[in-house]
Design a protein around this ligand. Structure first.
Ligand code: FCB
Length: 451
């Protein structure tokens, strides 16, 4: 059991700005399933899951929450809870099985039906174009290492903008670029599993260019578009607050927090990294990356604890939190003060309205009763502590305009497979039965009280 501070279980009235948006978040590979159905092409996560030992229990997203077939029920669940906005991602390889060129009509139709269903239920769709499930056939051409990826992504963005832009106004280009590039191109943990320093910087730069190109495509196509990008940007502290690890803080902060948002929003790379990007930079690149944005999406769970690690490629690694610190059942530190700090810092640094596009609490110990119901007080505690800090941040000047809980459903949690559950709705992965947990009822109350 995680050691987490307790708060009251009734939903609080929070001092938040009027018009505050309440939502839930998911992503395509984590919930859709139907991995080889109706013409979907493979993504790098399909490939990765098939390599033995990479994902807990060798789980895969082949079926996941079967949302591809059960989306109507999932919309109904959101509607019953009173959810106002739903953030989801498109599967690039469902729309373009080879990642470029031919388009899959059935894939296009699926998101049409999802979007129309959401709108009918009065739920605002928020689309994220890329949540890590990069098309495998583009990976075979070098993936993000190939500068052509900028054009591939722009074409995909244009396809989505033309098809859905009449109904969808809220768009994000990428989800957590720093997490997917550090884990996938430097630390070798996520697909494609690379560990090459120069290769990592090349990918970073191309992904930055792809972001700018997608913003151009969306801006020129979607009337009244509200465009943003979603980053996992966190306060960074030395491991266990130990001053011996202080020198890992600045580089971790530059890589985790700044290497993407700084060029995208401020127009330059952090000074300490510019030299590493230089070999891949061409005239005009920074201007192409830095396109006007309307909002910043913050995904936040825990601060980053940085450790000096002379043997790792960049000389630092992710470290441990202080021993006596509260933590969730999956061992992520609970430190709501860092959330408040980050919301204030984001407002100051980037001067954009902030939407919390992910926050939530994972568990590998939840036990349902015979009806499938889970009394997840630990999750209610966590979310409620973080929300109090979010409200405090707003009172002190942070420009926070919305909150999307991660996640609507228990789902495929990347390397942890189905072991980590983040949903406010339980999914029984044997039967696909959905059962709202105590936290779902609490969240419904919260939204009603804080309209
Ligand atoms: C974030 C990811 C999301 C989910 C949560 C728990 O980093 O964006 O897909 O896995 O963590």
């Amino acid at each position: 059991m995680g050691n987490s501070p307790s708060v009251t279980l009734s939903a609080p009235k929070l001092a938040l700005p009027t018009g505050f948006v309440w939502g839930t978040s998911t992503s395509s590979y984590q919930i859709e399933g139907a991995a080889s159905e109706d013409g979907r092409g493979p993504s790098i996560w399909d490939t990765h899951c098939k390599l033995r030992g990479r994902v807990s229990n060798d789980d895969t997203g082949d079926v996941a929450c079967d949302h591809y077939h059960r989306y109507r029920q999932d919309i109904q669940i959101m509607s019953d809870l009173g959810i106002q906005a739903y953030r989801f991602s498109l599967s690039w390889s469902r729309l373009m099985p080879r990642g470029r060129g031919s388009v899959n009509q059935k894939g296009l139709d699926f998101y049409d039906k999802l979007i129309d269903g959401l709108l009918q239920a009065d739920i605002e769709p928020w689309i994220c174009l890329f949540h890590w499930d990069f098309p495998q056939l583009l990976q075979d051409l070098g993936g993000w290492s190939n500068r052509d990826s900028v054009g591939w992504f722009a074409d995909y963005a244009m396809l989505a903008a033309r098809r859905y832009g009449d109904r969808v106004k809220h768009w994000a280009t990428f989800n957590e670029q720093s997490v997917s590039t550090l884990f996938g191109y430097l630390w070798g943990i996520s697909p494609p599993g690379a560990t090459d320093r120069a290769g990592y910087f090349r990918v970073v730069h191309h992904e930055n260019l792809a972001h700018g190109a997608a913003i151009e495509a969306l801006r020129s196509t979607v009337h009244k578009a509200f465009l943003g990008v979603i980053h996992n940007r966190q306060a960074v502290y030395p491991e266990r607050f130990d001053p011996a690890h202080q020198s890992a803080v600045e580089p971790m902060d530059a890589h985790w927090n700044k290497i993407f948002p700084d060029p995208q929003i401020l127009g330059y790379y952090p000074e300490t990294l510019a030299q590493d990007i230089e070999p891949f930079m061409r005239a005009g690149d920074l201007a192409s990356i830095c396109r006007p944005l309307d909002w910043f999406g913050l995904n936040h769970y825990s601060p980053i604890w940085a450790r000096v690690e002379p043997n790792s490629t960049l000389g630092f690694q992710m470290g441990d939190f202080p021993k006596d610190m509260a933590h969730t059942e999956i061992n992520w530190s609970i430190y709501p003060e860092a959330f408040k700090h980050e919301l204030l810092e984001l407002t100051r640094r980037y001067q954009l309205p902030v939407y919390v596009t992910e926050n939530g609490c994972g568990s590998n110990q939840e036990k349902p009763d015979e009806s499938g119901f889970v009394q997840d007080d630990h999750r209610i505690n966590y979310i409620s502590l973080y929300m109090q800090k979010m409200a405090e941040a707003c009172q002190e000047g942070a420009d926070v305009r919305g909150y999307f809980v991660w996640s609507l459903l228990d789902n495929f949690e990347w390397g942890a497979g189905y072991e980590s559950r983040f949903g406010i709705v339980r999914v029984d992965f044997d039967t696909q039965k959905r059962t709202p947990k105590a936290s779902a009822k609490w969240y419904a109350d919260l939204m009603r009280i804080n309209q």
